[in-house]
Design a protein around this ligand. Sequence first.
Ligand SMILES: Cc1ncc(COP(=O)(O)O)c(C=O)c1O
Length: 322
Amino acid sequence: MSEVDFQARDTPIQRADPLARELGLAAGQLWIKRDDRTGLNSGGNKARKLEYLVADALEQGCDTLVTTGAAQSNHVSATAAAARATGMTCVAVLSTLGAQHQAEGNLLLDDLFEIEVVWTSPDQRQAVLAETTRQLSDQGRAPYAIPLGGTNPLGAVGYVTAAEELEHQVPGCIAVCAVGTGGTQAGLTVGLENHERVLGFDVAAVPGLADTVPEVIRDCAERLDRPQPLGTWSVDRSQAQEPYGKPTEATHEAIRLTAQTLGVVLDPVYTGRAMAGLIATSRRATLPDAPIVFVHTGGMPALFTHTYRPWFQVPSEFDPAH
Ligand SMILES: Cc1ncc(COP(=O)(O)O)c(C=O)c1O
């Protein structure tokens, strides 16, 4: 397979003692894996998946990455960057809920990479992705279709590697992550070989995770000739009660607490919600008695969109005299 390097490996890990203290955890019990510091700009967890998916695309002689996501998709802007980094272009099927989308956040990045956009509704994404890929082939291009979130057994391999790093960095840890399409959770579970060692918080991005994620886990383990993980798949749905991306007070609190105790910025759609879930779980004193590693999967651009503007107090007037 072609070698593709999006600086996705060996991300740093940091102790999170000041945050642990706020949550009533012992010093040394809480860590953050900085997967927000992978390559592809703000690509976060996507860089790990895309190293494998883009290598496959190049191997097949493709010239266009075709993918799908919400208007503010981190995955789409990361795929667009990955395409440009490897001499390809990107076509994205973006979904709208009928809301007016403003030129902000990830849509600005998409424009920098000059992606071609096809708009659709969330329930049509898969069908339009398939149709767009077919049309591109008919036009003589060589498209490579990447599913929503880059989640399939090949993309998930990126997180098997992450799990191996984790096992080295904090042996015996429990990994905590946001679950959108579930590829991150799937890869971590295969790598740690035990469902109990991954605590995933559903952020309400897609329905039907119970049907899709266990299948990705099974196929990913088979592909790598690794054992099927012990136990059974589950996801914590406590943060999935509000619609995907909707600002919640718990998320806002989690983002502020993390920023003010660690100087680390989480995102409002995925990692902020997962941290809200971790905070709630630790307050209920139901966390397993093991070191916890919160996997920061990136996503900061969404914070800079109008949706979350009410969270912020900024000076309303600039006084040039001062
Ligand atoms: C910042 C961020 N974190 C986490 C996730 C969830 O990852 P997965 O789709 O692998 O569950 C996403 C997915 O888009 C994301 O953008």
